[in-house]
Design a protein around this ligand. Structure first.
Ligand code: MF3
Ligand code: CO
Length: 247
């Protein structure tokens, strides 16, 4: 697990602050009728105007600034002028901001207008999965305790956990070791170390856990076509707790 210097942590906090502000800005843009391409353009401008860079752009050839995933799309939705938000949809916006070499990564799933109670529950349970997980994020404990708590909370609410995508270390790179699965045994994984920065990101399905990769090579959708939600923050492990850097 990483251990950034105090000077790097200053930049890390700034990257995460811009990430947080960008997500707040997203919330103001969401409305029926807007395309995910237009959302992406606005968010990219916001990040650049704040002196940072949208790190997804160009990452392994990814073509956009953000990942915007609607309804049954789990992650990595490529923004498109053909994807228009409509009342009742749920939309996940995943942002990675790079500021002077350090990264902030966060995701929120937003409702578009009025949504069904079941979709509302999915959004709330996914968010709470994150908080159940970080209750277990303690120096000297196993990372598997976090993973296990997330899975328990999701499944006890009747939802399922995506296996193919996981959280990760973050800092000088967007993706660093260790992997942070959202499922597993509490005795698995490495010991949690002080000062580590991690992106904890439950991806929770309304129906079954299985997913497909779509033809564009990026988008991941549920096989059963039911909705999926995603909630992510970049966090910093301290001696006596956790700082949520993007909240
Ligand atoms: N934000 C995603 C993550 O949490 C990464 C997006 S993949 C990219 O890992 F290619 F779009 F950058
Ligand atoms: Co991430």
């Amino acid at each position: 697990m990483n251990n950034l210097t105090p000077a790097q942590m200053v930049l890390m906090r700034k990257a995460c602050l811009i990430t947080k502000e960008a997500l707040k800005y997203c919330e103001t843009l969401i409305r029926p009728g807007i395309s995910t391409k237009d959302l992406d353009k606005e968010i990219e401008k916001f990040i650049i105007d704040n002196g940072a860079y949208p790190a997804c752009k160009g990452y392994e050839g990814y073509p956009a600034a953000t990942c915007i995933s609607v309804n049954e799309m789990v992650v990595h939705g490529i923004p498109s002028e053909n994807v228009i938000l409509k009342e009742g949809d749920i939309v996940s916006i995943d942002l990675v901001v790079r500021y002077k070499g350090l990264h902030g990564d966060a995701t929120r799933t937003f409702p578009v207008g009025k949504i069904s109670p079941q979709r509302q529950k999915l959004i709330e349970v996914t968010k709470q999965c994150f908080f159940e997980g970080i209750k277990k994020l303690k120096v000297g404990h196993r990372l598997g305790e976090v993973s296990h708590a997330i899975q328990q909370y999701a499944e006890s609410n009747g939802f399922s956990v995506v296996r193919e995508l996981v959280g990760h270390g973050i800092g000088l790179k967007m993706h660093e070791p260790p992997n942070v699965p959202n499922y597993g045994k509490d005795t698995d994984g490495p010991l949690i170390t002080e000062n580590a920065c991690l992106a904890i990101e439950p991806m929770i399905n309304e129906g079954k856990k299985e997913v497909w990769l779509i033809e564009d090579g990026w988008g991941v959708v549920t096989r059963d076509g039911k909705c999926s939600a995603h909630y992510e923050n970049t966090v910093h492990v301290t001696k006596d707790g956790v700082e949520i850097l993007t909240l």
